[in-house]
Write a protein of this length. Structure first.
Length: 128
């Protein structure tokens, strides 16, 4: 496997991992107001494949922080005190995670594109 292939494999694995992260962040944001919803997190795992360091999204984990208690006596899930359990999603954290994942995705995409362009330039030079 050439250095170009190694670079393309590493960057494409990182693209897949960041895409998985973005998918779970968007699920968290869309369920921020869902009663009883727990925030999902995705750890990254490093492994080697054919001598190339690769990254992959690990198993989804649920945030074990306490669910918020919301006072709304008219809510159908409210208990005798008028409270129900909301979600433990913090929109500020989710937006920050989404930005970080987006920037990392863009950086890996740029690396993938640069490698592809270098490979094409090398092929052009070898043809001459």
């Amino acid at each position: 496997m050439s250095d170009f292939s190694h670079s393309l494999s590493a960057s494409s694995s990182a693209l897949r991992a960041q895409a998985a992260r973005l998918r779970h962040v968007s699920e968290n944001i869309s369920n921020a107001d869902t009663p009883g919803y727990r925030r999902k997190t995705v750890p990254f795992e490093m492994h080697q494949q054919e001598g190339v360091d690769m990254v992959a999204a690990g198993r989804v984990k649920l945030d074990r922080r306490a669910l918020s208690r919301i006072y709304d006596p008219s809510h159908p899930m409210a208990d005798d005190t008028g409270h129900y359990r909301g979600s433990n999603v913090d929109l500020m954290i989710e937006i920050a995670d989404a930005r970080e994942a987006q920037r990392s995705y863009e950086a890996n995409l740029k690396m993938f594109d640069q490698t592809r362009q270098m490979s094409a330039s090398l092929m052009d030079l070898l043809r001459k």
